[in-house]
Design a protein around this ligand. Sequence first.
Ligand code: NG1
Ligand code: ZN
Length: 520
Amino acid sequence: MTKDTLSAASARHPKPPNTTFAYGTAGFRTLGSLLDSTVFRVGVLAALRSAKLRGKTIGVMITASHNPPQDNGVKVVDPLGEMLPQLWEPYATQLANSDNLEDDVRDIVAREKIDVAQAGLVVVGMDTRETSPQLLRAAVDGIEVFGRAKSFGELTTPQLHYLVRSHNDPGFGEPSEKGYNKKIVSAVEEILRLWNVSEPLEITVDAANGVGAPKLRNLSSDLFNISVVNSNTQDKSALNVECGADYVKTNQKLPANVQPRDHQLYSSFDGDADRVVFYYTDNSRFQLLDGDRIATLLASFINKLLQQAKVEAKMGIIQTAYANGDSTKYIQETLQIPVDFTPTGVKHLHHKAQEYDIGVYFEANGHGTVLFSEKLISKLKCTHTGLPEEERALKTLVLLTEVINQTVGDSISDLFAVLLALRIQNKTCVDWGKDYTELPNKLFKVIVKDRFVFKTTDAERRLVEPAGLQAKIDALVAAYVRGRSFVRASGTENAVRVYSEAASAADCADLGARVCQLLE
Ligand code: NG1
Ligand code: ZN
């Protein structure tokens, strides 16, 4: 171990007093001003992870996604673009809180039998927050204790995942931002040509004043026309404020600076462009098309293509407890596709989706993707029938696997997948909104003394602790037609979330408010 370097480098990144860090659903997340030492230590851990995997490229992303501008965060990305395995999360927490970094690093090296000399490359990206450049430097400092760092500067989170994967798996695409753009744009163009679409795809995107704005502008083609609003990444206080996917989904209303024309499709990204939601207005009434709708649209589109291609594949849709009850009913009864539930957090959904030939997973908030198994992709590529309609469907499916980010939810990829699904099926946003009606639903945030006392089971749909609380929730829920409500601690904010839905909006609000009262 290069002991002197570790202690010398670590001395430049002192740990703030009286702060405890925990690696949660989305890595570490808190005020950006508190994160310097943590990001440095994550850099050290990322290099150790690379060494453990004998020099594979690892990723570090600096972002706090949809959180307010003063927050920041950091997470580690594994070689194929997956999240850091759960087994390693305690190491991240251990290092972040360590008062004796050298001993704790030595402990991890011994436990994992790591040869630190094998540490390879760690690629780093950041969002547009004020604290991001300084945190990026801290990450690089940490990485260079054992490994090599390559900084890509501002990136969307999914672009960083793409870069990690393409460094380890050259068949995935060129390991550069240009390579990412080229992969998506050429697949979109090719699909449009296959279907003789000449009118460009059009949409207005609210980029949350985040990194999605400049990245969308880098994509150009005669075959699409994307206008971007809320694209001010210079004003650091504007990020996610009254705009962006989380604002639109949580408040169920339009973001600032979108003056919609009725029956036109709009969309919102979040601050690091891994979530997307859509919406339109109908007689000025706001209609949200959230992650549940994206899942059903893409699943039914892909199903249709599979039928046209005469290819059998096992498809499943993965949801969390936040999925609207009516979306689940529509998937099971109308689309007749199996649904699985997992705890919140894309790593759980992603893992489950890998059990299918085609796993469609979206959180209601718009974070998700569609995974195609390698076996199915090879089958699609090898099947040739000579019949034009079948050939076209086969090619479209293969190209869709290039449009849709296979590593993680991606606003840009999902945006194009949705626009293609609508255009090719000749479906308007209003048709999409009428696929099923949605139960009124509401999300509440309650600040409690200690959110860690809330322990759940059954994919987070039921509380086991504090004792007795679930029975009280059940009693409340029973009084409402199609009532459903659950309580869980947030993994990214210091709060407890309450979700409610019911047959009427008034009942939904009432049920949610009563469940919140139980927490006081
Ligand atoms: P928490 O704060 O654990 O509820 C939120 C989202 C998750 C996920 C993570 C990561 C909701 C209700 N929760 O998690 O779905 O996206 O952030 O960004 O939307
Ligand atoms: Zn995000």
